[in-house]
Design a protein around this ligand. Structure first.
Ligand code: NAD
Length: 252
């Protein structure tokens, strides 16, 4: 039995990394996928691959910071697929400045893309989920900002990911009244395009790996499996939970 049979999922940041991998796994498990991203070219490729593999997917460009884009995507998903059951608030950008080097414009931009966008996404899909009498929303946070602060780490990135914890709890507490579960995933360090520069720098990579008890970076499939669990009814009693997937990074 497919674990997401007949479910409709909107995934943001689906042109790359976790988002694309989530989309492929969810499609294999029977979900109809609305892929979204600002990178239309890569988005199209992911959609074509899912369809080639026998899945169901459509795509639309969505800048997650735009309330108008969100309305268009919700309309498209409900028109083409009849409703919305799952949202993965996955799109995000990294930050590369230390606190003292950082500037306010970049700080605000990262908060807008990584945190405010998730508020907009939840607000946009909630009415459609209420109509379906339930749903599952997964917010991508991080171990950074939620449980650890790295010296020299970017303040915007950390603040955005810490904010996702609070947003998840607040939305979860209210929306469970409509049978909508809101949970978050907290990845450690993964081999995705976001970390390509680190992976390509042999010395920096080896140093980073030494700090992880599992002695390797995670793979996107290991996040997709966690997202699948939270999206499916197997996690039916998980509400406002924080799923850490980090190879032990935060237990030492
Ligand atoms: P990635 O860079 O591979 O993919 C991110 C995607 O988001 C890209 O396709 C990009 O085009 C899209 N995007 C960026 N800004 C956007 C916008 N304004 N509107 C719509 N789409 C936009 O990154 P990833 O590693 O797959 O990360 C996905 C999520 O997981 C992010 O929220 C990231 O912060 C989080 N995360 C990643 C790691 C890691 O180690 N890779 C660790 C912790 C958390």
């Amino acid at each position: 039995m497919k674990r997401l049979k007949n479910k409709v999922a909107i995934i943001t940041g689906a042109a790359s990394g976790f988002g694309a991998t989530d989309a492929k796994l969810f499609a294999k498990e029977g979900a109809k996928i609305m892929l979204t991203d600002i990178n239309e070219e890569n988005l199209k490729q992911v959609a074509e691959q899912i369809i080639q593999d026998g899945g169901t997917a459509i795509y639309a460009t969505l800048n997650v910071t735009s309330p108008d884009d969100w309305q268009k995507v919700v309309k498209k998903a409900t028109t083409e697929f009849g409703g919305i059951d799952i949202l993965i608030n996955n799109a995000g950008i990294a930050g590369y400045s230390s606190f003292l080097e950082s500037d306010y414009d970049t700080f605000k931009k990262i908060l807008d893309v990584n945190l405010n966008s998730q508020y907009l996404g939840i607000k946009a899909v909630a009415p459609a989920m209420i109509e379906r009498k339930g749903g599952s929303i997964i917010n991508m946070s991080s171990t950074v900002g939620a449980t650890v602060a790295l010296p020299g780490g970017d303040p915007g990135y950390a603040t955005s990911k810490g904010g996702v914890r609070a947003l998840t709890m607040q939305a979860a507490a209210e929306l469970i009244g409509h049978n909508i579960r809101v949970n978050s995933i907290h990845p450690g360090i993964f081999r995705t395009p976001m970390n390509q520069a680190l992976v390509d720098n042999v010395d920096a990579y080896q140093q980073a790996v030494q700090g992880i008890p599992a002695k390797r970076f995670g793979e996107a499939e290991e996040i997709a499996n966690a997202a699948l669990f939270l999206a499916s009814d197997e996690s039916s009693y998980m509400v406002g939970s924080e799923l850490v997937v980090d190879g032990g990074l935060t237990i030492i």
